[in-house]
Design a protein around this ligand. Structure first.
Ligand SMILES: *Cc1c(COP(=O)(O)O)cnc(C)c1O
Length: 426
C-alpha cells in the first residue's frame, strides 16, 4: 500500500492487500516450506534470480506483510522482521560490520544493546566507541577511525529518556560516508519518523508499543533506501562486491535500494536464523492496527502522571522529556511534536528503601520487567535489573539508586494517579 496514505490508514491497512476471494484479514502462513512445480523454479530462488518463498528461516508471507506495513509507517523502502529487538540491532550492525571494523554508539541506549555492543560484538572482533548523545559534531568526529562503519543511537533512550539530536548525528555520519542507525522503539513511527531527519536505517524492538499488549517478543529493521553504499564501496565490501555464497552476485548492483534488507535476509537469516514466528507476526499486526490510537493516549496519560508527580512533595525528581523545564524538552518538541512515549522516571525523597515499599504497595500498577505496553508497570533498576551493583556503581552506569521507571499505560489516568497516591501514603 502506497505511502501517500496517512499513518492511521497505514496502521490499519498497509502490508496485506487481499485479492479476489482472499481473506480480508492477514492469514498466518504457518508453513516452513512452499511448493514449486519444477526444480528449475526452485533453483532460481536459491540463486536470488527470482523472488519467492521457499523456507521460513529466510522469509515468510505473514512476516513480509507486517514488515511492509512497518516500512510504510517509517517511510522506508523495505523491512525485515526479527525474533527480537536484540536480533534486529545485532543484524543491523553485523550486516555492514565484520571483524576488524568499528562503529560509534550513543552511550544512552538500552542495557541489553549496551551489552551486545560492548561484550558480544567485541568477541566477534567488532569494536565500539560510546559517546555522549550530547557530544558536539567535532567530538563525534574525533571518535571516527578509518575502520568506522556506522553511527548508532536511540531516539528516546531506555531507561534514561535522553532525546537524540538525530539531525546532528546524521550530519556527522553523512559527512564521513557512513549510515546513521536509529533505534526508534519508544516513539514508534507514530511520534517520530527518523528517516525524515536524515537517519538511514531504523530498528525497533516490536515487543514494546508496536505489539503493545506484551504478547510477543520481536524486532524489525527498516531501510530508508537513501544511503549510497556504492559511493562508499571500499567501506562496505559485503554490499558492494560479489558474494561468493550466491555465485558472485553483488547486492547493490542486483537489488539497488533493496540491497541492505536483501543481504540481511539472504545472508544473515540464512546463516544465523532469528526470524520472527508467523504467529507472533500476526499478533504484532493486530497491535499495529491500533498503534495510532494507543500512542496519543500513552503520551497524554504519561504527561498527566508526570505533572502529578512533579507537584507531589514526597517526590524528589521527575524525568519526562515532554515536561516543560526538562533538559530535553526542546529536542523532544522538535522531533516529537505530538508527544514522545509513555515512559517516565522519578525518584522518591526517601531513597532506595522507600522506593521498594512504594512499589510493593501499588495495586493497579504492576511490578514487571517490561515497558511500553497497554498496562501501567514499574521497575526499580537498583532492586531488579541492576541489583548486583552498589549505589556508587549505579551512578557510574547512569542509573540513580532511587530511580523508578514507570511505563504509563492506557487505563483511565485518574485510576493510575490514585494508585500512586495510595502507595505514597503507605
Ligand atoms: C527492549 C529494547 C530492546 C531489546 O528488544 P527485545 O525485543 O527485548 O529483544 C532494544 N532497544 C530498546 C530501545 C528496547 O527498549
Amino acid at each position: 500500500m502506497s505511502q501517500k496514505f496517512k499513518p492511521e490508514t497505514l496502521c490499519v491497512q498497509a502490508g496485506w492487500t487481499p485479492k479476489k476471494g482472499e481473506p480480508r484479514v492477514l492469514p498466518i502462513y504457518q508453513s516452513t516450506t512452499f511448493k514449486y512445480d519444477t526444480s528449475e523454479q526452485m533453483a532460481r530462488l536459491f540463486d536470488l534470480e527470482d523472488s519467492g518463498y521457499f523456507y521460513t528461516r529466510l522469509q515468510n508471507p505473514t512476516n513480509d506483510a507486517v514488515a511492509a506495513k512497518i516500512a510504510a509507517l517509517e517511510g522506508g523502502v523495505a523491512a525485515m522482521l526479527t525474533s527480537s529487538g536484540q536480533a534486529a540491532n545485532f543484524y543491523a550492525i553485523f550486516n555492514i560490520c565484520q571483524a576488524g571494523d568499528h562503529f560509534i554508539s550513543s552511550s544512552a541506549i538500552y542495557g541489553g544493546t549496551f551489552n551486545l555492543f560492548s561484550v558480544t560484538l567485541k568477541k566477534l572482533g567488532i569494536d565500539v566507541t560510546f559517546i555522549s548523545p550530547e557530544a558536539t559534531e567535532e567530538e563525534i568526529e574525533a571518535a571516527i577511525k578509518p575502520n568506522t562503519k556506522a553511527l548508532f543511537g536511540e531516539t528516546v533512550s531506555n531507561p534514561s529518556l535522553e532525546v537524540l539530536d538525530i539531525e546532528k548525528f546524521a550530519r556527522v555520519a553523512h559527512r564521513n560516508g557512513m549510515p546513521l542507525i536509529i533505534d526508534n522503539t519508544f516513539p514508534t513511527p507514530i511520534n517520530c519518523r527518523p528517516f525524515e531527519w536524515g537517519a538511514d536505517i531504523v530498528v525497533h524492538s516490536t515487543t514494546k508499543y508496536m505489539d503493545g499488549h506484551a504478547t510477543s517478543v520481536g524486532g524489525v529493521i527498516v531501510d530508508s533506501g537513501n544511503f549510497d553504499w556504492d559511493a562508499n564501496a571500499e567501506k562496505y565490501p559485503g554490499l558492494c562486491t560479489p558474494d561468493e555464497s550466491y555465485h558472485g552476485l553483488t547486492y547493490t548492483k542486483a537489488f539497488g535500494k533493496l540491497a541492505f534488507i536483501t543481504k540481511a535476509t539472504a545472508q544473515l537469516m540464512r546463516d544465523l536464523g532469528s526470524i520472527q514466528s508467523p504467529q507472533n507476526a500476526f499478533l504484532l499486526n493486530l497491535g499495529l492496527e491500533t498503534l495510532h490510537l494507543r500512542m496519543p493516549r500513552h503520551c497524554e496519560n504519561a504527561l498527566k502522571v508526570a505533572q502529578f508527580l512533579q507537584n507531589e512533595p514526597r517526590v524528589a525528581w521527575v524525568n519526562y522529556c515532554d515536561l516543560p523545564g526538562n533538559k530535553y524538552y526542546d529536542l523532544a518538541k522538535k522531533y516529537m511534536p505530538n508527544g514522545s512515549c509513555g515512559v517516565i522516571s522519578f525518584g522518591l525523597k526517601g531513597g532506595r528503601e522507600d522506593s521498594i515499599k512504594f512499589m510493593d504497595s501499588l495495586k493497579v500498577v504492576a511490578i514487571v520487567t517490561h515497558v511500553a505496553d497497554a498496562r501501567t508497570c514499574v521497575l526499580h533498576p537498583a532492586s531488579h535489573t541492576h541489583r548486583q551493583l552498589s549505589d556508587e556503581q549505579l551512578m557510574e552506569a547512569g542509573v540513580r539508586p532511587d530511580l523508578i521507571r514507570l511505563s504509563v499505560g492506557i487505563e483511565n489516568v485518574d485510576d493510575i494517579i490514585d494508585d500512586i497516591k495510595q502507595a505514597l501514603d503507605a
